[in-house]
Design a protein around this ligand. Structure first.
Ligand SMILES: C[S@@+](CC[C@H](N)C(=O)[O-])C[C@H]1O[C@@H](n2cnc3c(N)ncnc32)[C@H](O)[C@@H]1O
Length: 205
């Protein structure tokens, strides 16, 4: 991530009344939540202001970790946890250097991996796989270069995946879902634009 430029989400993370992306959790979490017990160990990389982990903690999951590079994003999430009495472990970390300290039953990341070089997100996924319990799952969502990066993310999207590239990393796991799709997006100050992405749900067998 270029330290001299500020991505649009940082402004929203600094504004208590703003919603950076969504108040709703990613729908794939709801779709595959049935595979998890409430004792499941869960971690999200690049959680932003935390709508996914807040949802899971509110559902009764007690072992929820979440990290993001953004101090403002994590501060906003921690503040919300305090106000609402929600228990989860949110901390700042860089996924390119993150070392897992335990094994997990769910490792997830949405719209984040393409902000680090391809070699780094692949290394992260491989470290995450080693630190996933048998039967545990990954839900990974990454932007691809099927369409050019939109102007709002172009300076930061240094690791766009090739279409289906992420799938190769899970050739030794059970693929529960794989989707390759484009979607329309809009942010304040940025015209409507398209993102191409891959989403994979895979289980350690
Ligand atoms: C587009 S936002 C998505 C946030 C959240 N996953 C969501 O879906 O709402 C991308 C997030 O990736 C985080 N990020 C970028 N590079 C990162 C890195 N190297 N390590 C951890 N988080 C990173 C940013 O701070 C930002 O919160």
């Amino acid at each position: 991530m270029d330290k001299n430029l500020t991505p649009f989400w940082e402004l929203a993370y600094q504004d208590e009344s703003a919603v950076a992306f969504s108040v709703e959790p990613n729908k794939t979490i709801k779709e595959f939540e049935y595979l998890l017990s409430k004792q499941a160990h869960i971690i999200e990389a690049g959680c932003g202001e935390g709508q996914n982990v807040l949802y899971l903690a509110k559902q009764g999951y007690r072992n929820v970790d979440a990290f993001d590079l953004s101090e403002h994003g994590i501060a906003k999430l921690q503040k919300r946890c305090k106000i609402e009495g929600i228990q989860l472990n949110a901390f700042t970390a860089d996924l390119t250097m993150y070392q897992f300290e335990q094994k997990y039953d769910l490792v997830m990341s949405f719209g984040t991996l393409h902000f680090v070089p391809r070699r780094d997100w692949k290394d992260f996924i491989n470290r995450a796989k080693v630190h996933t319990n048998t039967g545990g799952i990954h839900i990974m969502h990454i932007f691809t270069d099927t369409v050019p990066a939109s102007e709002d993310i172009a300076p930061f999207a240094i690791g766009l995946a090739k279409d289906e590239e992420i799938r190769e990393l899970y050739s030794d796991w059970e693929i529960l879902q794989f989707k390759s799709y484009t979607f329309e997006d809009e942010h304040p100050g940025v015209p409507k634009h398209l993102h191409a992405s891959n989403k994979i749900v895979a289980r350690n067998i």
